[in-house]
Design a protein around this ligand. Sequence first.
Ligand code: AMP
Length: 282
Amino acid sequence: MQVIQDKEELKSVLEKQQTDNLAVGFVPTMGALHKGHLSLVEQALTENDIVVVSIFVNPTQFDNKEDLEKYPNTLKEDIELLRTISNNIILFTPTKEGIYDGQITSKTYEFNGLEKVMEGAFRPGHFNGVATIVELLLTTVNPNKAYFGEKDFQQLQIITKLVANKKLPVTIVPCPISREENGLARSSRNERLSKTTRKAAGFIFNTLQTAKRKFGTENVQDIKEWVQHAFAQNTIFEMEYFEITDESTLTPAKKVQSDLKYRAFIAVYADGVRLIDNMPLN
Ligand code: AMP
């Protein structure tokens, strides 16, 4: 496995692959790799000749300084892990100066309101940072396909819109959420939870599942109130938001239409760590 830090070096290695007509897959990550990330890499390996995995903790998407400072860095283990999977991986580990050409700031984007709700409302500037780095990475790697997890469903929708708006020649491939045994969505941030909290965190998944069961028979407002009540009773988790939205526009649902797809989204705090999850409802 090649590990490349310099973007010009990466571009010249990839240009060679592309002139040989090899399909290039791309999996952008912030490292501290877990099985969720690996499921994206595995899928990319089955659909491409070569897979670029990037590890870069993007400072411009963090609205909370402490979250950025505490973000886990396990680069040595990450490299070992990727090495065991395949030889057809190139690991790209840019520096912030290198990938941003010295100008470490976000551009401003507009995504038809997708960026305004949920994560966009609670994390000001977050999606401008995400879109800026993803655009930089996609134009550097120029992959045929790029893989994103449904764990960050709002991000996935925004990136799909970014690619359409900028007419980038890449197919965005959504990948299913990988979960721990108790249902907790895998996340690099889970490492910061205490053992007890991590064990108890199946509560988030179980609540989403119950909301899904209720979706067929109860109205949206009642389900939202039920979830709020369930979290109010729980002393470990503090709910930031719970929302039921139409999957494509992410507008909060009021009356349910039978021809639309809906999804529930949740953000909670536990041990000072912010966790997000989501689940399709129909
Ligand atoms: P991150 O390193 O958290 O920025 O995540 C990198 C990519 O992995 C993103 O596309 C995430 O949506 C995806 N990802 C992270 N956790 C999971 C998970 N539990 N299941 C599926 N995809 C995930």
